[in-house]
Design a protein around this ligand. Structure first.
Ligand code: IPE
Ligand code: IPE
Ligand code: MG
Length: 245
């Protein structure tokens, strides 16, 4: 990948968001339990996080557990949360060494205590990282976040998009607002947003791949970024004025 990496570096750095989907189907196709799919999914997360900074990605947001995922059977929810906890506890040192700042976005009030502690541990340990922002969306619902930011807005007279975005960043615990999403990737073959960053993806380029998340690797991420770099973003304008701004 050596030479091709340099080709895909983008300036400014990109915000890439990934809906990592297909763990369960990947496991079922191999006669494995769904939890084994999630285990393989965590390994894929590690690979992708390692590869991302060298691909010009400044912010990487991964959708790990949606607020609607609580509706899954309790054993699957428990397995998922346990895997996430291990990921945070075991990954923190590596992320710190790689200068990756990890933050968890989403609700915190329904997260089990031990996972909460792992989140706080990983966030503290990696706080100084400036090479890439890694955001893990956990108990995340974009509608819930927008609604909570909108409730705040009711008490303010005039609100700009920028102020609203800042508030949205605060209500999802991400602190400062993330830049708008440049590229949204969904693995697993489905073509929907499933309540993921509806505001931040207003002008995101969408990339859907049939690849199941446990199989997604650095080369797939690079191919998605290259595809993105070949697109023309117009933001509602005509091509020449969009390019000039
Ligand atoms: C994605 O894989 C991980 C989460 C949503 C937590 P799924 O568990 O949704 O896998 P499929 O879609 O059933 O294959
Ligand atoms: C979306 O995947 C949520 C995450 C990737 C965490 P789902 O598998 O839960 O989404 P739907 O149910 O297919 O829309
Ligand atoms: Mg799914």
């Amino acid at each position: 990948m050596g030479n091709s990496k340099a080709r895909v570096i983008s300036d400014p750095l990109l915000h890439v968001a990934i809906l990592l989907d297909g763990n369960g189907r990947w496991a079922a196709a191999r006669g494995l339990a769904r939890s084994e799919g999630h285990r393989a999914g965590v390994a894929a997360v590690r690979r992708i996080v390692r590869a991302a900074p060298d691909l010009g990605i400044g912010t990487l947001t991964l959708y790990a557990f949606s607020s609607n995922n609580w509706e899954r059977p309790a054993p699957e929810v428990c397995a998922l949360l346990a895997l996430l906890e291990d990921f945070l506890r075991n990954g923190a040192a590596e992320f710190e060494a790689e200068r990756i700042r990890l933050r968890v976005i989403g609700r915190r009030d329904r997260i089990p205590r031990s996972l909460l502690e792992a989140i706080e541990f990983a966030e503290r340990k990696t706080a100084a990282g400036r090479r890439m922002d890694l955001r893990i969306a956990l108990d995340y619902s974009s509608r819930d976040a927008i609604l909570r930011a909108a409730c705040w807005m009711i008490s303010s007279l005039e609100v700009t998009e920028r102020e609203f975005a800042r508030r949205l960043g605060q209500v999802t615990n991400g602190g400062t607002p993330a830049p708008d999403v440049d590229l949204l990737i969904r693995t697993g073959g489905e073509r929907r947003l499933s309540d993921f960053m509806l505001w931040e993806c207003a002008y995101a380029e969408l990339f859907f791949t049939p690849r199941m998340w446990p199989e997604f690797d650095a080369a797939d991420l690079e191919a998605a970024v290259e595809d993105y770099l070949g697109r023309e973003r117009r933001f509602g304008r005509l091509p020449e004025t969009a390019a000039a701004s």
